[in-house]
Design a protein around this ligand. Structure first.
Ligand code: GLN
Length: 195
């Protein structure tokens, strides 16, 4: 069975676990870096990217996360997780993991719209995906190898670059598991390539 890790340092962890299980895969909450070896793909959940970064450093996870990214195993960053994957964060000197060729802006939908729901057409996933945005970032600029999967009001809110998938919203907060399912399929494909 496909094993999907969910980085369990902070944020919406349990909801991702349930979503992965609903897709017929096994979910593993990753609390120690050694557990990364056990999983075929990794979800970086939403939460607060600055807090998550602090905990990544505290528990000495950064090198292992970068190694994981280089191993060929897929990674899916949702909301704060997308910020962790991006190679450029507007207004900051350094990225975090920095493996996906996108520039992101944090909290970019304005204070008055701290959270909202929007119906999205996500290429290859769903034409009617109810997406929950919470203090969401968006992708301001995407490199040429990045496939734009969804936009909201002209802003990029979901994208894929090879084995890296990122979205601005929280796909785990509804019972629509199609985007998680898409990620599980990415993992299955990558296993065929790696094995
Ligand atoms: N605003 C958060 C950040 O900048 C992300 C919010 C979220 O993950 N829901 O990290």
């Amino acid at each position: 069975m496909i094993k999907v890790g969910v980085l369990g340092l902070q944020g919406a962890v349990r909801e991702h676990v349930l979503s992965v299980e609903a897709c017929g895969a096994e979910a593993v909450v990753i609390k120690r870096k050694g557990q990364l070896d056990e999983v075929d793909g990794l979800i970086l959940p939403g939460g607060e990217s600055t807090t998550m970064r602090r905990l990544i450093d505290k528990y000495d996870f950064m090198d292992s996360l970068k190694e994981f990214a280089q191993s060929g195993k897929p990674m899916f960053g949702t909301c704060a997780g997308l910020i962790l994957l991006a190679n450029n964060i507007i207004g900051y000197d350094e990225p975090h993991i920095g493996v996906m060729d996108v520039h992101v802006e944090r909290n970019s939908f304005g204070r008055q719209r701290e959270s909202f729901e929007a119906d999205l057409d996500i290429a290859g996933v769903a034409e009617d995906f109810a997406a929950v945005f919470i203090r969401a970032p968006h992708i301001v600029e995407a490199g040429e190898n990045v496939e734009i999967l969804a936009k909201h009001n002209g802003r990029i809110v979901a994208a894929r670059e090879g084995r890296f998938l990122g979205c601005s919203f929280h796909p785990e907060l509804t019972d629509d598991h199609r985007l998680t399912g898409y990620f599980v399929e990415m993992i299955k494909e990558s296993k065929q390539l790696i094995v």
